[in-house]
Design a binder for this molecule. Structure first.
Ligand SMILES: Cc1cc2nc3c(=O)[nH]c(=O)nc-3n(C[C@H](O)[C@H](O)[C@H](O)COP(=O)(O)O)c2cc1C
Length: 338
């Protein structure tokens, strides 16, 4: 039997499928079901900076960029009572999850500034979380804000959270940096033990009836995994952190590819929301079957085997791939072109 165990953020996990932050962790029963379904760890849904301090001056500073006023920006946030839980209840949930589950529980803080809210990182640690994931999700809409300023803001937020905790800390970010590799190094230098790549940006939609800008959540597909797959493959062995892939992990093949790129864990949310928790076991069985057929004895052995450092053609991850891809278009599968 192949060994599915992996080590992520210093945690010994029984396999590389972690349930990423989602509404399923709002219920202890559902978390228990995720454990029984085979997930090796659970990232809690996030506690948002906005939940902790609406009136923070730092938050004001960043939110007011690009919006006509701070008040207007806040008016678009969910009402306080529609948040999943308040900060105290969030901490209680971590504590009861820790009492009930035997798999690791990773807390999740979601914010963009250095305000007093970062103290909650320490409270999450005190509640018993095995590790913390910091999700920095920001849309820099102000034309006056430069790339270096945006990058510094990420680093400052991470550093502020780092000073609050001693448990392992991962940072979850989006792909929109002009120098992803350099940012990854800065995250490591600022104290990140892990990088969770990538946040999925939910693009707003227009409702043509009401002429409002509306949120419209569409779950991911496997295809979307290629972006984090590429970047984990590029960064593996170059930046000394544990990588996690989030976005587009649906099938056994996705998990295998993610690990071969260099991820210690692959995170799954959409697939579980779409197909139910029963989806995890067949995926794990598929991973194990593939490993046996291809004579891999362990996840550790597989990890990074297809990273840029280890493949025969490193250029496949760079500009050459783009050119090759465009030139690979040979025929017209639709048959509609003249
Ligand atoms: C309904 C829903 C709620 C989510 N809530 C959170 C959250 O609270 N914090 C967070 O960091 N990510 C959250 N995510 C993002 C997921 O953790 C994950 O990164 C994203 O869905 C991409 O992975 P997937 O392709 O497996 O769905 C949420 C996703 C969904 C679909």
């Amino acid at each position: 039997m192949s060994d599915l165990r992996t080590r992520y953020l210093g945690l010994e996990l029984k396999n590389p499928i972690v349930h990423s932050a989602s509404p399923l962790s709002e219920s202890l029963d559902k978390m228990k079901m995720l454990e029984d379904a085979g997930c090796s760890a659970i990232v809690m849904h996030s506690l948002f900076e906005e939940q902790i301090q609406h009136e923070s001056r730092q938050l004001d500073h960043y939110l007011s960029y690009g919006s006509q006023s701070f008040a207007e920006a806040l008016s678009y946030f969910p009402e306080a009572q529609s948040y999943r839980v308040g900060p105290d209840e969030y901490l209680n949930r971590i504590a009861s999850a820790k009492r009930t589950l035997s798999i690791p529980v990773i807390g999740s803080l979601n914010g963009v500034s250095r305000g007093g809210w970062v103290e909650h990182a320490r409270l999450i640690q005190e509640a018993g979380a095995d590790a913390l994931e910091l999700n920095i999700y920001m849309i820099p809409t102000d034309p006056e804000m430069s790339g270096p300023e945006v990058e510094q803001m990420y680093v400052d937020t991470l550093s502020a959270v780092r000073t609050e905790v001693t448990i392992p800390l991962a940072v979850k970010v989006g792909p929109y940096f002009s120098a992803m590799g350099h940012m990854a190094k800065r995250f490591k230098a600022a104290g990140a033990d892990g990088l969770v790549l990538f946040n999925r940006f939910y693009q707003p939609d227009f409702d043509l009836e009401t002429l409002e800008v509306v949120p419209h959540l569409v779950l991911s597909t496997s295809w979307e995994m290629r972006l984090p797959l590429r970047w984990v493959a590029i960064l593996y062995g170059r930046v000394d952190v544990d990588f996690a892939i989030t976005t587009g992990v649906h099938t056994a093949d996705d998990v295998i590819k993610g690990v071969m790129a260099g991820a210690r864990v692959t995170m799954m949310t959409s697939a579980i929301l779409q197909h139910g928790m029963g989806h995890v076991k067949p995926v794990l069985a598929g991973v194990e079957r593939w490993m046996e057929e291809n004579e891999y004895i362990s996840i550790t052995q597989m990890c990074g085997s297809m990273s840029q450092k280890n493949v025969a053609e490193p250029a496949a991850f760079e500009r050459a791939n783009y050119m090759k891809m465009l030139h690979s278009w040979q025929s017209d599968p639709t048959g509609f072109l003249p």
